[in-house]
Design a protein around this ligand. Structure first.
Ligand code: BES
Ligand code: MN
Ligand code: ZN
Length: 513
């Protein structure tokens, strides 16, 4: 992604000489348009009087200053994006509204090939506060994302090229709150960059982002933020008897990796959170081969791992008061001649045996080893796992909500709250004992599918066998990791889902009891 620089300026916005100056009026509770000091007063009046602009959320106008405005302004274009009714400053609806407005700004910047943006912050601050500036910036950066690495340069000469937003200048006359605004901006930059990095990993094809790539990036993060990185290869997995991860990898010539990244909080007596993310770099289904239509999307089957690792970049940068460990079991799922077969029995780390009924239910196999190992080794206070685990979650929740299940309502509620705050909604599914009966096997301790009914829940029931009494939640992101709800700040392709939810969860972490 572009490395956008963001800075604040106390100058008047009229002095801005970049490509696009942005101004965000809003409606008060009497539906009156509140504009604050405006740079294109007359033009906006005209648009309002002929009914082209009502100030509703999503209403936008683009002006090319001319006449008297041209004399006052140095900028080439002015973009007005209305916030509509802002109910309260610090609520989730307002946050989402601002991210969406940010997405509209990014869209307009792309359309007009504007790489230098100025934003009038004064009216924005009075309506939505510093928190609002954070969400707006987050929306701009998330919306500006494109993945063009493998596109050959086009031969036809374009008049101007656009490689993303280079600079954003926030114009704010007040000085007292600049510290707070800057903090908000830095949080927005951290979380948006992390989500975009997760999108980058996902956009890479199966031959571009391999298990080794996870290991390389984790090491890079460890070096940058003083975290500890451990990578287990096949040898290490064999010593630990991780039959799930090894089994899934059996049919592949691509070496598997178990990537572990540890962040230690400055405080001694801090809680420890463990993230476990499914890093399946390509899921062919194995011997239980998937249909070929749409199979290319299975390069996205590593989005859980991408989210867990990307969130660690923010953890490293922001240093929250909680220990955080991310484990990413990484492999692809192929059907080579030594591949796992239906009917085979594997033994997981810790000793539980499992009958493989369908080699396409591979995610739970690699997560099971990782959960059991992570809990035994690090004794976390709580565990969050994330995986593109079941097609069934798409049938239940569509592409609008991530499925969440777990064994501890307090932890489930925390994650749901973090998701709501981030614009990444979740929905809880039940995890009663009855579902566990569906994965009982005649020949082993358990089997790896529970049949068609409640596929998402029986997958979670499988994982539950490996977490014991440790508070645990499981996020099934199969419906949201790509093709997520259409929003201005979510470009086509992988969404980067759950990165910002995880970040929100650990920011200001309150001791868990
Ligand atoms: N990676 C898939 C789940 C998936 C499917 C994610 C579609 C996104 C879109 C997973 O490994 C899988 O294949 N699950 C099977 C499980 C079944 C065989 C019990 C599924 O959902 O069909
Ligand atoms: Mn599968
Ligand atoms: Zn899979």
């Amino acid at each position: 992604m572009t490395d956008t620089t963001i800075r604040l300026s106390r100058k008047k916005p009229d002095t801005f000489d970049g490509d696009l100056l942005i101004y965000t009026p809003f409606l008060n509770n009497k539906e009156k348009i509140i504009r604050g000091p405006n740079v294109v007063e007359q033009e906006l009046d005209d648009a309002i009087s002929i009914g082209d602009f009502k100030g509703k959320q999503g209403d936008t106008l683009l002006f090319y200053p001319s006449g008297s405005a041209k004399k006052k302004l140095n900028v080439s274009r002015v973009f007005i994006a209305s916030l509509g009714n802002v109910e309260e400053k610090n609520n989730n609806k307002t946050r989402e509204l601002l991210r969406k407005t940010g997405g509209l700004i990014a869209t307009e910047a792309r359309k007009t090939k504007s790489s230098h943006l100025g934003i009038c912050l004064d009216n924005l601050l009075s309506s939505v506060g510093e928190d609002g500036v954070e969400s707006l910036v987050e929306g701009i950066l998330l919306g500006d994302y494109r993945f063009e690495k493998y596109k050959s340069k086009s031969s036809k000469k374009e008049k101007r090229s656009f490689k993303g937003i280079k600079e954003i200048v926030g114009f704010s006359s007040g000085s007292e709150n600049n510290g707070k605004i800057e903090k908000g901006i830095s949080r927005a930059v951290n979380s948006a960059r992390a989500a975009c990095k997760a999108r980058d990993m996902a956009n890479e094809p199966g031959n571009g982002w391999t298990p080794t790539s996870f290991a390389v990036y984790a090491r890079e993060l460890a070096g940058k933020h003083k975290m500890t990185c451990t990578v287990l290869g096949k040898g290490g997995m064999k010593r630990l008897k991780m039959g799930g991860l090894l089994g899934v990898n059996q049919g592949s010539s691509e070496p598997p990796k178990l990537v572990i990244l540890e962040y230690k909080a400055p405080k001694k007596k801090a809680d420890t959170i463990l993230f476990v993310g499914k890093g399946l770099t390509f899921d062919s289904g194995g011997v239980s081969l998937k249909p070929s239509a749409g199979m290319q999307d299975m390069k996205y089957d590593m989005c859980g791992g991408a989210a867990a690792l990307s969130a660690m970049s923010v953890v490293g940068a922001e240093q929250p008061d909680v220990n955080v460990i991310a484990i990413i079991p990484a492999t692809d799922n192929m059907g080579g001649s030594s591949a796992l077969k239906p009917g085979d029995i594997i033994k997981h780390y810790g000793g539980i045996t499992s009958e493989i009924v369908n080699t396409d239910a591979e995610g739970r196999l690699i997560l099971a080893d990782s959960l059991a190992y992570g809990i035994k080794r690090y004794k976390p206070t709580c565990v969050v796992d994330l995986a593109t685990l079941t097609g069934a979650v798409i049938l239940g929740l569509g592409h609008h909500r991530t499925g969440i299940l777990g064994n501890n309502q307090g932890l489930i509620d925390r994650v749901i709250r973090a998701g709501d705050k981030s614009g990444e909604p979740l929905w809880q599914l039940p995890l009663d004992e009855e579902y566990t009966e569906q994965i009982e096997s005649d020949v082993a301790d358990i089997k790896n599918t529970g049949g068609r009914p409640a596929g998402t829940i029986t997958a979670a029931a499988y994982l539950q066998k490996f977490v014991g009494n440790t508070p645990w939640v499981h996020l099934d992101i199969a419906g949201t990791a790509w093709d997520f709800t259409k929003k201005s700040y979510i470009p086509k392709g992988p969404s980067g889902i759950a990165v910002r939810t995880l970040v929100e969860l650990v920011r200001d972490w309150k001791k868990f009891s």
